[in-house]
Design a protein around this ligand. Structure first.
Ligand code: PRX
Length: 634
């Protein structure tokens, strides 16, 4: 059985009302559509002070039996994963539910043989290849906790994540084919091991391109040597609904990235429910989400959500502009994609390449097109609607976060009213609030604006941050007492539709990827010539936000382009290319308050070219510094 599928806007409204009147009854009903070894004892226990949230406590299940085994009788021969390789000329590969089941079981058996047990952490550092999907699901099969690290992060960032979770194993590929590049993935893992990952006993290497790699006999093993001969059946570990399913690291406004923790039962119910409804997936459809499995979107809407619903989900190895900027549309036409889900940054980048790349392709199969990761600007929304959706296909602008596990505010396929740049209404079970940022009073009227918070738990909410529950409490459950605070600001129109304005904390959204300003500053400060730095976001045509760094140098340093390049290289080394500053301005002072805090608001204004409207700067300790910074803007 599948979760309830909403069939009209009226149906949405009645389901929403039901979900608010009796959330536990509502979600218990949805949870019953899944396969459980034992039914739960308590549907929900919670308080947001702890926080402590438990859904379906005492329930026993394995998520992979819900993704795979339960589909075998009905759709064993249907394609589960449709793999489109990097090279446009190479054939796509189809893995049926039966084949996927057998691949997952084989890897699961190999993992057990290599000493991975329930609760052990396994880190992934892999390109978008089918073996990544097999192995992630294999972890879930045996109750190991997966922590997927996007394969664009640096060795240092990888080592930090491996060590934070004490991972016992890293699974990687030899190389990563991305467009015309061939990236040495294993080499980065070797560097991370050299930095020091004491908990890692095994590095399992998937042979992707077959080129030469470094090898350390003490921990390296080949994926194919361990997996190929394994039996095609593997008994699934029986998990408690509240056992950890995965950790996924994400940036916040302070400190190092934190490991967001999701659990088996609630995440399963929410990923499936939201997938089925937002995309209005129907049996036989081909669904494509262009995200990378290194991010939450790939977890929930390439793997778990679609597979839980018995969908055909596409996995794309390459990039949108290779061999040219028509690749997405060529793939949509070739595989007759019905639901297409991408990010505004990709839309803007493709839009800038010219309409002719999209015009030649038959996109008539599309039924729903989605957007995720950052606010979609009006121009991109309209281009997407007109050129991809041909004016007809509904856009779902889906707002959510790593911490929410699944989509929260969105249209429901073509059933909801659409308004450009507005995400729309909350899904059933989601109770958002706008809260005044000064008084913390909940805004009850429409229209309204304020901090976006959620007042009641839903099954996909994060349970903790790995190894540091106090941090979870401070980050998400302290700003707005009694509520989950999102870090975003939003507006609500006269009809109650939500528009997400963007982050209100020190998080920058670069091409839909979250970067903490503190994290980037720490990386910049690693350069020996840097004394102090302050990083802010500024409007960027393609990326949404770019990274602008103000840097104070030591007395010996020459403020020149060579040094700029060195600093960029330091950031690449500490975090990865996605965090590198787009602009660097060398300054002699940073604007500070009397208590010594950097006034970022002023720096944001200057970076945006709005130095003539700084607002109240009366609390500045050094107002004269501001004039010089404005004059030196790059
Ligand atoms: O600021 C919001 C923005 O992305 C943040 C979450 O980032 P992350 O955890 O990496 O997850 C991204 C994919 C779910 C949010 O706090 N964001 C995400 N979707 C939207 C959005 N902003 C506006 N509109 C959206 N549809």
């Amino acid at each position: 059985m599948l979760p309830t599928q909403i069939s009209s806007f009226e149906h949405y409204q009645s389901e929403y009302a039901r979900s608010v009147e009796n959330p536990e009854g509502f979600w218990a009903g949805e949870a019953e559509t899944f396969t459980w070894h034992k039914k739960w004892d308590n549907t929900l226990t919670w308080n947001f002070e702890g926080p402590e949230v438990k859904w379906f406590e005492g329930g026993k299940l394995n998520i992979t039996e819900n993704c795979l085994d339960r589909h075998l009788a009905e759709r064993g021969d249907q394609t589960a994963i449709l793999f489109e390789p990097n090279e446009a000329g190479d054939p796509a590969r189809h893995f049926t539910y039966r084949q996927l089941h057998s691949h997952v079981c084989k890897v699961a058996n190999a993992l057990r043989e290599l000493g991975i047990n329930k609760g052990d952490r396994v880190c992934f550092y892999m390109p978008m290849v089918p073996e990544l999907a097999f192995s992630v699901l294999a972890c879930a099969r045996i109750g190991a906790i997966h922590s997927v690290v996007f394969a664009g992060f640096s060795a240092q960032a990888l080592a930090d994540r491996v060590n934070d979770a004490d991972c016992k194993m890293i699974i990687c590929s030899d190389f990563n084919k991305r467009g015309s590049k061939n990236i040495a993935v294993k080499e980065v893992v070797d560097e991370a091991m050299a930095i020091g990952c004491p908990s890692v006993e095994t590095v399992m290497v998937h042979r992707n391109t077959g080129e030469d790699i470094g090898w350390d006999e003490s921990y390296d093993v080949w994926y194919h040597e361990k997996v190929d001969g394994q039996p095609e059946q593997c008994e699934a570990e029986v998990m408690d609904a509240e056992d950890v399913l995965f950790i996924l690291y994400t940036s916040g406004s302070t400190g190092k990235p934190k490991g967001v923790v999701h659990t088996c039962g609630g995440y399963m119910v929410y990923a499936a429910y939201s997938f089925l409804n937002v995309f209005q997936y129907k049996p036989g459809d081909v669904y494509w989400c262009t995200a990378d499995i290194g991010w939450i979107t790939g977890h929930s809407y390439i793997l778990y959500g679609p597979l839980l619903c018995g969908a055909t989900t596409m996995m794309f190895e390459g990039v949108p502009t290779y061999p040219d900027a028509g690749r997405f549309w060529e793939i949509c036409a070739k595989h007759k994609v019905n639901q297409f889900y991408t990010a505004p940054t990709a839309i803007r980048a493709l839009m800038a390449k010219g309409d002719h790349f999209v015009e030649g392709h038959d996109l008539s199969s599309l039924k729903v097109i989605g957007s995720v990761g950052e606010p979609i600007n009006l121009e991109a929304w309209e281009w997407y609607k007109e050129h991809v959706g041909k004016g007809e296909v509904p856009i779902v602008d889906t707002w959510w976060q790593t911490e929410t596990g699944g989509i929260m505010i969105t249209g429901v396929g073509g059933h909801s009213p659409q308004k450009a740049t507005f995400a729309g209404y909350p899904l059933p079970g989601i109770q958002p609030c706008l809260v005044d940022k000064n008084t913390l009073k909940v805004e009850t009227e429409n229209p309204a604006a304020g901090l976006l918070a959620v007042k009641f738990p839903w099954p996909g909410i994060l349970r903790t941050t790995w190894g540091d529950h106090v941090r979870c409490k401070n980050t998400y459950f302290s700003t707005v007492p009694g509520m989950y605070f999102t870090g975003d600001g939003a507006r609500r129109d006269e009809n109650g539709m939500y528009r997400i304005v963007g982050r209100v904390d020190d998080v920058i959204n670069v091409s839909g990827h979250r970067m903490g300003t503190a994290e980037v500053e720490n990386a910049i400060d690693e350069h020996p010539q840097v004394v102090e730095s302050a990083v802010v976001g500024y409007p960027h045509d393609i990326k949404g936000q770019g990274i602008y760094a103000y840097i104070i140098l030591g007395p010996e340093a020459g403020a020149n382009d060579a040094l700029r390049a060195e600093i960029v290289a330091t950031v690449r080394q500490e975090i990865g290319p996605i965090a590198k500053p787009d602009k660097i301005q060398f300054v002699s002072e940073l604007p500070k308050t009397r208590s010594g805090k950097i006034m970022r608001r002023v720096l944001r204004k200057i970076a945006a070219g709005e130095g003539d409207s700084l607002g109240d700067v009366s609390t500045l300790l050094n107002p004269e510094a501001v004039r010089t910074i404005i004059e030196g803007r790059v």
